[in-house]
Design a protein around this ligand. Structure first.
Ligand code: ADP
Ligand code: MG
Length: 318
């Protein structure tokens, strides 16, 4: 198959079309219509084999995850995901691989009404770059720099599952088969918290998605907002799977391992009731894990007040 056939058969063939897409795949560039009184929020992320996913990851999961991590960035801005482009570099035009990749990719575009409007296809070592575009009501957006002393710090879902799954591929952590499958799914198929991000837009001060680990990512909010934080490690939300590990090990995954793509956000304390009623209708778990402090730095403690002295470093590429 040639480049243009692949694009036509696999990428242009997917029929979903948004009303605000003027021109999609097939011309030199796409054209989209940004509604009045809105801003366009844009993000891009590249996934490289053996860096962002283990080489043995099924192509379906690679397709899903390359989109999910980008949509997660839009979620962390509170943006409404609308369009994506895809730059794909493949060692060879393996049709079965492309078909499976597309299955994973388009599962997620369809789930969130996001349209693939263009991209690029080249030959080389496997690499996937997605650009995602979303809409924000003018003047809105969940920035890292807006956390305030006294804010409550929350996270969605559970933390540490993806990190434990990655480790579980290298050494047997002694997790049951059912729980191993559960955390592996969390690693390969993270849920972009788009509905949650949009719901947070009028409530939260600051937000970030947890891609490199809670300590590292919350650290970005603290630095940008010039504040500190206190975290109660006994409040970290752990899945049933992680609860079967020894507690210190589970806490280390929850604090320092990435790839969960949950949202970490801060709200003014007086919006707690509004937040909790909003999320009870979304049926997404949220957990208050601490608060923002005027005093700089991050302090971690147990419920009984004892300081936490475990590992604290997240994932860094360099
Ligand atoms: P050009 O040479 O003008 O860059 P290309 O041959 O790269 O054009 O692409 C032709 C059309 O196909 C463009 O509209 C481009 O956006 C689209 N396209 C190319 N690769 C992909 C892909 N992997 N997914 C979606 N659209 C793609
Ligand atoms: Mg091109």
């Amino acid at each position: 198959m040639h480049e243009f056939e692949i694009i036509k058969n696999y990428f242009a063939a997917h029929s979903f079309k948004r009303a605000d897409t003027i021109l999609s795949i097939g011309d030199d560039a796409a054209i989209i219509s940004v509604p009045a009184n809105h801003w366009l929020s844009i993000t891009t992320d590249t996934l490289i084999s053996n860096v962002h996913f283990p080489a043995q990851t099924p192509p379906q999961a690679i397709g899903y995850k390359s989109l999910a991590v980008n949509l997660s960035d839009l979620a962390a801005m509170g943006a409404h995901a609308s369009w994506v482009t895809l730059a794909l570099t493949l060692p060879q035009p393996d049709e079965a691989w492309i078909k499976a990749f597309c299955e994973g990719f388009f599962t997620l575009t369809d789930q969130f009404n996001v349209q693939l409007i263009g991209g690029d296809l080249t030959k080389g070592p496997l690499s996937i770059t997605v650009q995602a575009m979303g809409l924000l009501p003018q003047g809105m957006g969940l920035l890292r720099k807006n956390a305030k002393p006294g804010d409550l710090i929350y996270v969605t879902g559970t933390l540490g599952d993806a990190g434990a799954a990655l480790r579980n591929l290298q050494v047997n952590l002694g997790i049951s088969e059912v729980f191993s499958a559960f955390i592996r799914h969390r690693l390969d198929y993270p849920t972009p918290r788009l509905k949650e991000g949009e719901a947070l837009l009028p409530i939260a001060h600051a937000a970030i998605d947890v891609s490199d680990g809670l300590i590292a990512d919350l650290g970005h909010i603290l630095e940008a907002s010039k504040v500190g934080a206190k975290i109660n490690v006994d409040h970290l939300p752990l899945s049933e799977a992680l609860q079967t590990l020894n507690k210190e090990q589970a806490l280390a995954y929850a604090l320092t391992s990435g790839d969960d793509y949950e949202l970490c956000f801060t709200i003014p304390a007086e919006k707690r009731v509004q937040l909790e009623s909003t999320f009870s209708t979304l049926s997404t778990q949220i957990t208050c894990i601490g608060e923002i402090t005027q005093q700089l730095g991050l302090t971690l403690h147990y419920q009984n007040g004892q300081p936490y002295h475990g590992t604290k470093t997240g994932y860094q590429h360099f």
